[in-house]
Design a protein around this ligand. Structure first.
Ligand SMILES: [Zn+2]
Length: 278
């Protein structure tokens, strides 16, 4: 059993839920974390899955080309990073259609999707049907439990086929006291590495896992924005200075594959486009 290493490829301000207009003037810092990450992946010979944010693809196509040239999987993370519980089906559809245009210089289309903030829950499952209509093969957005923003309590934790025929690779998590801890992001930065490692080993005894990460988690000098949701601020900025050391240990202790490969290995009904070469 393995983990897949997944990167929600976006800049430092995208996780703060600020209006798009406000963020237009912000300094672009994605290259700082991007290059630390690319070097570490290469050094450890790890191929990952990058869920690309359209807005960043548009500004930095040369970085997307680098990701592709290194042999990583390219997947979709919407265009503008909306909190999907607050947008309409039509808005989502137009984001996805635009992203499909942006990926064309790099590959024919997308197979995989991840929602910002894991924000597909039981109020907007129509999003999965939009993805199916737009030709996606799999989704990896649903958090089987509660986060302070989203999640579906009781949702199946194993890779499975959704009612519409797409595959779902749910976000890996574990229970700690009354909280559901996701595998990656702020949860990884907050808990001691040895404890996190022990919980990851336990997950792998049951099923393959998905680890999620963002390039900005290496950027401990990113600007501090006052006045946004205090909880989001805490999770966003906590322990950024420790990320690099922890990721190095993680890459030494575990084996990783792109998400698509793990899906293919474990999917009892392999689908044509998963079998086809990337
Ligand atoms: Zn994101």
């Amino acid at each position: 059993m393995k983990f897949c290493f997944t990167v929600d490829w976006e800049d430092w301000y995208h996780g703060l839920r600020l209006p798009l207009e406000e963020t237009k003037k912000f300094e672009r810092r994605i290259k700082i974390g991007h290059y630390i990450l690319m070097n570490l992946l290469s050094k450890h010979n790890i191929k990952a899955t990058f869920f690309l944010l359209g807005e960043m693809m548009e500004e930095f196509p040369e970085l997307v080309q680098e990701i592709k040239d290194e042999g990583h999987e390219l997947a979709c993370h919407t265009y503008s990073h909306p909190f999907m519980i607050e947008i309409t089906k039509e808005q989502f559809q137009s984001e996805i259609k635009y992203c499909k245009e942006l990926i064309k210089p790099f590959q024919d289309s997308y197979e995989g999707f991840r929602a910002p903030y894991f924000s597909i829950n039981d109020t907007n499952l129509w999003a999965l049907d939009v993805l199916k209509e737009e030709g996606f093969i799999y989704d990896s957005s649903i958090f089987p439990g509660n986060t302070f923003r989203s999640g579906i309590t009781g949702f199946q934790k194993e890779i499975h086929t959704l009612p519409n025929g797409m595959l779902e690779f749910p976000i890996s998590n574990f229970k700690l006291a009354v909280l559901d801890f996701g595998v990656g992001g702020a949860y990884f930065r907050t808990l001691p590495y040895k404890y996190f490692k022990y919980r990851l080993q336990n997950i792998l005894k049951q099923r393959p896992g998905v680890f999620y990460f963002h390039p900005w988690e290496f950027d401990h000098k990113q600007p501090y924005i006052k006045g946004v949701n205090q909880r989001a601020v805490h999770t966003h900025y906590h322990n950024l200075h420790k990320t690099e050391e922890k990721i190095k240990r993680l890459f030494t202790d575990f084996e990783f594959s792109p998400l698509k490969e793990i899906l293919f290995e474990n999917n009892p009904i392999p689908q044509k486009s998963i079998l086809s070469p990337a």
